[in-house]
Design a protein around this ligand. Sequence first.
Ligand code: NAG
Ligand code: NAG
Length: 348
Amino acid sequence: MENILLITCFLYVSADTHTLQYLYTAVTPGLTDFPEFTAVGLLDGEQFMFYSSSNRSLIIKDWIKKTNSETYWRSETQDMRGNQDTFTNTFTTAMKMFNYSEGDHTLQRMFGCERDDDDDVTTRGYDQYGYDGEDFISLNLTTVTWTAVKLQAVTIKHTWESKGSNKHQKNFLERDCIDLLKKYNRDTLNRKVVPEVSVFQKHTPSPEVVCHATGFFPKALNITWQKDGEDVHKDVELRETLPNQDGSFQKRSILKVPAEELQKHIYTCVIQHSSLKKELVREVPKDGGSDGGSDGGSDGAPIAIITAVVVALVAVVAGIVVWKKKNSGFKPVPPKPSSEGDSSTNNS
Ligand SMILES: *[C@@H]1O[C@H](CO)[C@@H](O)[C@H](O)[C@H]1NC(C)=O
Ligand SMILES: *[C@@H]1O[C@H](CO)[C@@H](O)[C@H](O)[C@H]1NC(C)=O
């Protein structure tokens, strides 16, 4: 649980700033189950693509797939395979510069661009590499040169600059990346997906009713409770909004209420969301019929699954994103088992 919250928090992007970001990771092959090369693409902090060397295929989330043709995504897959080769070559060069020192090594790359809603002129771009969790080489967009942060990156800097990759990358970040970001924002930000809502009772550890909304987009959604038409604020626990695997969101609210109260009064869960013409009202079922079958931890299960999925998908990202937040050097990936999310815990 904690991992999810941290990651969600790190990926948070303010409403006015839009970001397109790519994260590449190469690890010493054969040491772990971790694929030799993985790439993740994030739009406004939301993962939209994943590429792995293990099957050399690109997985595109449905919500963004619609913005382009099949042909486009096929050529993107081709490009990613090329990027894999280029990146693993750089990784080999870097390992050579460090004299092939023993143990597992990682090369990470983080690049992307940002723009503000209200300002079509100011954009920001970056392209940074980290070796074994430390800054290695980065692009300076002012001087249009590569900065070798580590001595071992100097050869790479000279090779890249002789090939003009500094200029090429600047063009990509300031033009193509921004165009792509605008297109993706235009085609996906206005989408509205209606929540699916379920209301059910739980008896353990104490009697409570759960109102669960899932599958909605955009993220902002409000859940409130009413008793005989009057707002209820007491004994309400509103949970954090969590991302689903398909780019939509889920949220739940829990109301602690004695069983006899439920019999005497009409309790309703009220959902407000931009996809809805008017608020959605769901009545709490009487006579205890918890519609998720007999209890059996119906609360924990979905969250545990989501935790596992999210942790798996962003395990690659986590290290680098932590780096971005703390701005104190790349973190080694894959994360050490001890620091990994424990999907067996729930009920924060
Ligand atoms: C690699 O080996 C060379 C030659 O022995 C040495 O000069 C250099 O300092 C070594 N580099 C590292 C990072 O250990
Ligand atoms: C780029 O280089 C300029 C001039 O050397 C320097 O002032 C600036 O801080 C550098 N930018 C980054 C992001 O390192």
